[in-house]
Design a protein around this ligand. Structure first.
Ligand SMILES: [Zn+2]
Length: 77
């Protein structure tokens, strides 16, 4: 289900998750999250997504993993 009116705050939300908003805009984002369930769940999703990304970034991809990934891509049919 899409809520078109919230596409406008999508950008604000992304910046908010990244912590790139100044105080005023962050306040606007927080106030919106407070009353918009749609954006609230989007926010939680983004937070989780970034946490996972950070986890992956913290672990260097090993040669073994790289090989496994590339063998996945070239799986025999
Ligand atoms: Zn919203």
């Amino acid at each position: 289900m899409t809520r078109p009116h919230c596409e406008k705050c999508e950008e604000l939300l992304q910046l908010y998750v990244d912590g790139e908003l100044d105080e005023g805009d962050a306040h606007t984002a927080e106030a919106h999250l407070d009353r918009c369930g749609y954006c609230r769940s989007r926010y939680r999703l983004e937070r989780r997504f970034r946490a996972v990304l950070r986890q992956f970034a913290a672990e260097p991809i090993s040669d073994e993993l790289r090989q496994r990934l590339s063998s996945l891509r070239s799986m025999p049919r």
